[in-house]
Design a protein around this ligand. Sequence first.
Ligand SMILES: [Zn+2]
Ligand SMILES: [Zn+2]
Length: 365
Amino acid sequence: MPATKMKTVRHSEQSLRTALISKNPALVSQYEKLDAAERRLMNEAFRPASDLFGPIVLHSQSDWIASHPEPPQGFEEFFSDPSRKTPSREKHSIYIQCIGSLGNTRIISEEYVKWLKGYCEAFFYGLTVKLLEPVPVSATQCAFRVNENTKNLQIHAGHILHFLKKKKPEDAFCIVGVTMIDLYPRDSWNFVFGQASLTDGVGIFSFARYGGDFYSSSYEGKVKAPQRPSSRDYSAFDSYYTPDVTSVLLLRSCKTLTHEIGHIFGLRHCQWLACLMQGSNHLEEADRRPLDLCPICLRKLQCAVGFNIVERYKALVRWIDDDSADTPRGTPKHGPDGNVNLPKPVEAFEEWREWIMKCLAVVQK
Ligand SMILES: [Zn+2]
Ligand SMILES: [Zn+2]
């Protein structure tokens, strides 16, 4: 995309300040009661020379904001949204349900979902994240099809939501399904990255299109014989293709999962600053989106979850550092019990680690 077509969405210092702090006296005083160091970080939102938080840059007309006009949500609109759900002492856990294999082997699938769990625990710091036993696609009894254009297997997102809703444990704030099988919302649609019901606190997200090869002509997930599978025969899923779990795939799935769970907390698409909660229309735009929240969305999430910002940033850094220090990356190491421990592929998180360290420096000054 030529640079001349790029457009910067720039808000005035005043409107960013209002989006963050609001003009409602009760919310202003709530803001003033926050820790001074936390406010110093959040105030970076409207400091024009901030190198931590910058404006949203649109690259084309197909970018989200250009094609989906939505009312902007400042902290006040978030706070006073009557349909917003907040975790409580009784409903305080995020459940992750794996559907079908995430990786080529059982071990890769298990490790991958544990990495996602650990990441969510750091991101939604203070909440409990629990893994449910993985289930095969057949357990959900969902409809499925072969996509006529891309020839890959797809499962019906609404049926999966129905399955998850029935499985939602008592103490769940939300339950989210993750899968490497592509999704479709209804027959007339080509595909969907994910779908959620905020009122039910359920969501399903697919990482199928986040592999390095989905859009290549040699994509191995194409179903060779164009047979019409029987609606009760799920055997096509048994050894179905999954992409390699690379660092980029892990980064993309962590971003998707936290963005989507963010919606379940009532955070709407961010139009203020470059932010994880920006909407995205396509993979390239999703990749441009930062890994973490702008101060306005951070205040919303903090209000819902109640974490200490320093503790949360430290937990994110710990997650990136954990297990990547002593093993040569990409080389499985064998534990004493013969199990293979896969090193977490975190190369793609390095630039974000630097960024979090800068945020920490501001908040710990
Ligand atoms: Zn979204
Ligand atoms: Zn934001």
